[in-house]
Design a protein around this ligand. Structure first.
Ligand code: ADP
Ligand code: MG
Length: 298
């Protein structure tokens, strides 16, 4: 291989193979990326779709969403990325769901990125995750990446290993514009390397249930910053603090929590059911839209 590859092809990367890889990504933390990764992955797996989750976060929070053990804290992930070898997921976090585990060790990825960029050039650095993920893709029908907010280079790596960007936004006063501008910039930068990357849609996360006025604002702002055809998913994930807290404490998706009807959670009743329904609807919408866009692109 050329020591300074100047294209994805020189690295053996075929972006067509990434046709069902979704990155939940945003320049901001606390907007629901990990929550959406966990809930979507559990839902597709429960529907019988072989699903891969990837946690590339130093906090390794996906583990809390899905309730698996801390494992190697991302050491295996880091090793694969150092060596350019296939990622090694832990198997059967749920039937049909495997996960590449993140954690503190993945914090070293930002340094690895710099070394790769210096020694092998920007393509090798931006495409390292794609290179390590590509050999696994034949085993899964959908992949969800929980992208890290804290480091723009790692965000780029995620967007260069995905076909679809799904961008959650939270509608706090004044952060929406910033968040959408960051997303637009990251998207444009990643498209220079990964020309098949598309914005699948924006997810409106964390407003009160039934806040249609705010939802309309999200749609309007999204179109302003991401283009007139930018899509906002109809299914928003509404604010439901206690239910979300219980999900993380128990390592269950919203649907699993609602279905489990655990003795101490009975008081959540309608709230947990409403959140489960919102997540289910969103995942169905994501999968449908991905299928539709792929058919249009064919
Ligand atoms: N529907 C919800 N309502 C309120 N809080 C939520 C909801 N869903 C998730 N949360 C909580 O919001 C916080 C941020 O979500 P998270 O998915 O970790 O965001 P990110 O991955 O973007 O940093 C977490 O503490 C999570 O448990
Ligand atoms: Mg997170």
């Amino acid at each position: 291989m050329n020591p300074m590859p100047m294209s994805a092809a020189e690295l053996g990367i075929d972006f067509q193979l990434f046709r069902t890889v979704c990155a939940f990504a945003s320049g901001k933390g606390g907007v629901g990326k990990t929550t959406l990764t966990g809930n979507s992955a559990v839902k597709t797996a429960a529907q019988g779709v072989p699903t891969l989750g990837i946690d590339i976060n130093g906090q390794g929070n996906l583990r809390r969403e899905l309730g698996y053990d801390i494992g190697d804290q991302g050491a295996g992930f880091l090793d694969s990325m150092k060596n350019g070898t296939p990622l090694v997921p832990i198997k059967n976090v749920r039937p049909n769901l495997d996960v590449v585990v993140g954690g503190p060790k993945t914090r070293e990825l930002s340094q690895l990125f710099m070394v790769l960029a210096q020694e092998q050039g920007p393509y090798a650095a931006f495409l390292r995750l794609a290179q390590c993920l590509q050999p696994l893709l034949k085993d899964y029908r959908v992949t969800f990446i929980d992208a890290p907010p804290e480091n723009p280079n790692l965000l780029m790596m995620c967007l260069c290993a995905a076909r679809w960007l799904i961008a959650p936004v939270k509608c706090d006063v004044c952060s929406l514009e910033d968040a959408l501008t960051d997303i637009a910039n990251a998207f444009k930068a990643a498209r220079q390397v990964n020309p098949l990357l598309e914005l699948l849609g924006v997810v409106h996360f964390g407003s009160p249930n039934g806040a249609t006025g705010i939802h309309d604002e999200v749609v309007e702002e999204t179109r302003k910053h991401l283009g007139a055809h930018a899509h906002v998913f109809d299914s928003a994930i509404h604010l439901s603090v206690k239910t979300a807290k219980r999900c993380r404490e128990r390592g269950l998706s919203a649907r699993e929590l609602a279905d489990a009807k655990l003795p101490n959670d009975r008081d959540l009743g309608a709230a947990s059911l409403a959140l489960a329904e919102a997540h289910d609807k969103l995942t169905v919408e994501i999968m449908r839209r991905m299928k539709m866009r792929l058919e249009q692109a064919a």
